[in-house]
Ligand binder design. Sequence first.
Ligand code: PLP
Length: 405
Amino acid sequence: MLKANPNYLKLPGSYLFSTIAKKVAAYKEANPDRTVISLGIGDVTQPLPPSVIKALHGAVDEMASKEAFKGYAPDLGYDFLRNAIAENDYKKRGCDIAADEIFVSDGAKSDSGNIQEIFDEGCRIAVCDPVYPVYVDSNVMAGRTGTYDEKTERWSDVIYMPCTADNNFVPDFPEEAPDIIYICSPNNPTGTAMAKSDLQKWVDYANEHKSVIIYDAAYESYISEEDVPHSVYECDGARTCAIEIHSFSKNAGFTGTRLGYTVVPRDLKDADGVQLHGLWARRHGTKFNGAPYIQQKAGAAVYTAEGQAEIRTLVSYYMENAKTIRDALVSAGYTVYGGVNAPYIWLKTPDGKKSWDFFDHMLEDANVVGTPGSGFGPSGEGYFRLTAFGTHENTAEAVARIKRL
Ligand code: PLP
């Protein structure tokens, strides 16, 4: 008898951003005369950098030539890109990561959702609360999270680590040691980042408890403060306990182009000594036919001197928005977090307003779309996320509207 996967049936509601999109569409249909500005989903608005465009054109031309045409890409990634990543993102930062420990993919969403597949169904996961929804949902799909309590909005088998203003958005060690610990820094949604000293404590904790840290570094290029690490491998001992996930979406604008990578060091083993590197390679070999050559050439262009200068310009552009939003909200009396090492501003809703009520208020009275904090987890209640990924013009207009409220 054909039956749907029961784990999928456990997933509550729709994906957060689909819910928001539906609400916004309904509002726009009912109010066609209003111009709605979205500072909601974390999608970029600026065009791809010139050196990336040049590399894309060059790669397309190669595909048109009999001599240079490329078919299937190697499933773990082309050496030219893996070497550029190893050199620039690791060696230059003093991190001991080899090119063959880097797995090129179509982005950090797939990798952060798929990586759980190499772990036993019985492994206990710990997530920050609030959290990027993919980590929990992908474990629900894998049958690892137990039952869902609608009242508390929590899964029985997930260890939640609240991250609020009370602990400076740095998770405390849970009472029960998890097997898999998801950490995202700089963080989506709170826009805050972990200092190296805090991350080192988590690396030590993971090694001590034989846990693995899945470190999502999608926003690494937004780090502006000296004491914030760009990679978990800047911490001593991370090679034996951490997997790191990267994206080209936020630094180089590849949200529509698609490219990312994951690092699984060879020293990382399960309790029986099984090398996780081999398992992830096996998984790629079976389920992934390689990121397109064209995209990988574009990714390599990001690591050229011109590419690096161009992505610095892009990041500065968005971080100017972050400053615009932060300054305006502070002057309007809001309490704000984030926006210094990340393109997200996490504001406290005024007068204890519920996050979704504040969402409605912003949509209806300012025609600005943000993301309700509670959509990222119960500890996000009473918070609201604004992204700095808009254009300067839209961002300035949105904050002017918010200040007039
Ligand atoms: N990880 C985090 C924390 C994100 O916020 C996002 C996108 O918003 C992603 C991963 C997805 O990145 P990609 O576009 O590479 O799939």
